[in-house]
Design a protein. Structure first.
Length: 191
C-alpha cells in the first residue's frame, strides 16, 4: 500500500538564505561596496579605505543577521537584499540600527548621559529587491505604517524608513549601469 506521506528526509531542504549570502559575497570587497554606495547616493567617492564595515551577526536573540552595514562620509548604511517584499523591514532596520549605534557609541566612547548634545552618523537603510512580485523601482517603507492606529494621535515618537530599490530586469537601469556588480549581463537581470 502506497502512503500519501512524503518523507522529507529524502529531499534536501531549500536554502532560503542563498541569495542573501551571495549578496554579501558579491559586495564583500570594499571597492565593490563603495561602487554600490556611489550608485545609490549619486556620489563619486574613490577611496575604499574610507569605508568602515560593521556588519552584525546574530542580532538579539532572533539569530537575525544584517546583510551589510558600513560607515562612510558621516552615514551609517544598512544594505539588505530581499527576494520577497517584506513590509516589516523598517522594524528589522530599527533592531539593526539600535545594535549598530550601541556598538558605535561604545567604540567611540561617547557619553550619552552628558548634558552636551552628541552627533551620530546619519542612518540610511536600503533594501535591494529582486523577487517575482511586481514592485515599483523605488518604494519607501515606514515603521509608522506598521503601528496600530491611536485615536487623536497621528505623530509617533519613533520612525524608521527603508528605501526599497527594485533590481529586477527593466527596473532602476541607471543604478545598474552605475554599479555593474548588481547587473548580470548573461541573464539580462539584476543580481
Amino acid at each position: 500500500m502506497k502512503s500519501n506521506f512524503i518523507n522529507t528526509d529524502e529531499y534536501p531542504e531549500a536554502d532560503r538564505q542563498y541569495k542573501d549570502r551571495l549578496f554579501r559575497f558579491v559586495f564583500q570587497k570594499p571597492e565593490d561596496l563603495l561602487s554600490l554606495y556611489n550608485a545609490v547616493n549619486g556620489t563619486d567617492y574613490k577611496d575604499p579605505d574610507a569605508l568602515e564595515i560593521n556588519t552584525l551577526g546574530n542580532v538579539l536573540y532572533l539569530s537575525m543577521k544584517n546583510d551589510i552595514s558600513f560607515l562612510v562620509s558621516g552615514t551609517l548604511n544598512l544594505y539588505e537584499h530581499q527576494s520577497t517584499c517584506n513590509p516589516n523591514m523598517p522594524m528589522r532596520g530599527l533592531f539593526y540600527f539600535s545594535r549598530l549605534y550601541e556598538k558605535y557609541i561604545a567604540v567611540q566612547d561617547i557619553n550619552i548621559y552628558s548634558s552636551a548634545a552628541k552627533t551620530f552618523p546619519f542612518p540610511r537603510h536600503v533594501v535591494f529587491y529582486n523577487g517575482t512580485a511586481e514592485e515599483p523601482d523605488r518604494k519607501v517603507l515606514r515603521l509608522s505604517d506598521l503601528y496600530e492606529t491611536v485615536p487623536g494621535d497621528s505623530h509617533p515618537s519613533l520612525e524608521c524608513e527603508t528605501l526599497m530599490l527594485n533590481i529586477n530586469y527593466g527596473h532602476n537601469r541607471s543604478l545598474m549601469e552605475k554599479c555593474r556588480r548588481l547587473w548580470t549581463p548573461a541573464s539580462g537581470t539584476g543580481f
